[in-house]
Write a protein that binds this ligand. Structure first.
Ligand SMILES: [Zn+2]
Length: 428
């Protein structure tokens, strides 16, 4: 006898599998249905493929003519931070001079975020971060990458990574944890001295604790050089962390070559990366992660252009880059920006937010698409056609979020109580 489904979602106008090899990029199944069992996708296809799996114990979710899609994979965030930089945001909008910004007492840059992040207790930092992550979940994100990098000292970096563990333990979301000790260096230390501490002390320590899956650094003028980033990422790899790299966001100084040579899982920002280096990234199997939110938030002088990336065969993921400089928790908003400001098609943007995001985290075997055996991370959009995701500028188009086969959010609210009850209701 066939195993029956624990949960079935049906009556969608379109189901988007977002399978990696979908010729239309998103695998549209008109009127598609999906069955779930044991937290995994059991079957996906037409109503006739899924209906035989329904028993009296199966919970049915009526998509009511909406869109069924994989949960978003938000593959680049700095969501764990203390404080706010709203003053800096408006100083940029109002084009205040550096002198006027200083006269008004407005502090700027990532080092400004160090003080509140260092000061907060683990629980307080968790609470501030969890509020943002809850917004992300109800907006359809079921896997979120989260970087440290606002401590630049041992205690705070570890605290940030511990917040990542608490987020995954307490909320219906998967967290991919990244150590970004190479985000900058503190005011009171030279770059050389900090790098020595980073490579010889912090990276091996973080690796020994197993708190991070990835090691990341920032390659740009005024930040770390390509050579320095190579040394940081090699130390990370030796400590068991796969490389990622911020590069080409504000200048190009060779980061793509390092990311390619080290087979980084992703190279992020990419505004200034020349075409031949994009090709090298593609040939090395690196996923590119350009960031529409930060280009929008800072009024970037050279917004990224996906066209040469696509021409050169680079897989593109998009992400919120949620941070004090880009307080964005909504992947649907990022998709609107990717299409309207950067010329991406809706299909490209949806792929970039799902299966390509999974590739940017090396998790494409588990998440990012609706295929049998994959995690049942699924969402329902209150929209009639997939292009509407970047065309209807509404508050939150995500009606239902399913994480590991259980309803995690409905109508912009988490339903954590419901997750626990389901076992007793289910008689099957
Ligand atoms: Zn970043």
């Amino acid at each position: 006898m066939k195993e029956s489904a624990e949960l079935v979602v049906g009556n969608a106008s379109e189901l988007l599998t977002c399978a990696d090899d979908a010729p239309d990029l998103i695998g549209v199944i008109r009127g598609g249905w999906v069955a779930v069992r044991g937290g995994r996708v059991l079957a996906v296809g037409a109503k006739s493929d899924v209906e035989p799996l329904i028993s009296s114990a199966t919970e049915f979710i009526d998509a009511a003519g909406g869109i069924v899609a994989p949960g978003f994979v938000d593959s680049h965030t700095h969501v764990v931070f203390g404080g706010t930089r709203v003053g800096e945001y408006f100083a940029k909008i109002e084009k205040l001079s550096p002198e006027e910004t200083e006269r008004r007492g407005i502090r700027t840059g990532i080092l400004t975020t160090l003080e509140p992040t260092r000061k907060h207790s683990l629980e307080f930092l968790y609470e501030e971060t969890a509020a943002r992550v809850k917004d992300m979940i109800v907006s359809g994100s079921t896997t979120i990458e989260s970087k440290s990098g606002y401590g630049l000292d041992r205690e705070t970096e570890i605290k940030q990574l511990e917040v990542n563990g608490l987020l995954e333990a307490r909320l219906p979301v998967s967290i991919a944890s990244t150590f970004l000790g190479g985000h900058g260096w503190p005011h009171d230390m030279s770059k050389e001295k900090y790098m020595d501490f980073l490579i010889k002390d912090m990276i091996p320590f973080v690796g020994s604790l197993g708190l991070a899956e990835f090691c990341d650094a920032w390659c740009d003028e005024g930040h770390y050089t390509a050579k320095e980033c190579g040394a940081i990422l090699e130390a990370g790899a030796a400590a068991g962390m796969r490389p990622k790299l911020h590069e080409g966001g504000y200048s190009y100084i060779g980061g793509a070559e390092v990311a390619s040579d080290l087979h980084a899982v992703s190279a992020d920002h990419l505004n200034y990366v020349p075409r031949k280096s994009l090709r090298k990234l593609a040939e090395s199997g690196v996923t590119g992660v350009p960031l529409p939110g930060i280009d929008f938030a800072v009024g970037h002088p050279l917004p990224f252009d996906p066209a040469p990336m696509i021409d050169e065969g680079l897989e593109i993921a998009i992400a919120t880059n949620c941070c004090p400089g880009c307080w964005c928790t909504s992947m649907p908003f990022i998709m609107i920006l990717a299409c309207r400001n950067h010329g991406m098609s809706s299909e490209r943007a949806i792929r970039a937010a799902t299966i390509a995001g999974a590739k940017a985290l090396g998790r494409q075997d588990r998440v990012g698409s609706i295929e049998p055996g994959k995690n049942a991370d699924i969402q329902v959009w209150n929209l009639g056609h997939h292009e509407d995701i970047a065309y209807h500028y509404k508050g939150n188009p995500v009606a239902i979020v399913i994480k590991d086969g259980k309803v995690a959010a409905r109508d912009s609210r988490l339903v954590s109580g419901e997750r626990r009850q389901r076992g007793s209701v289910n008689k099957g």
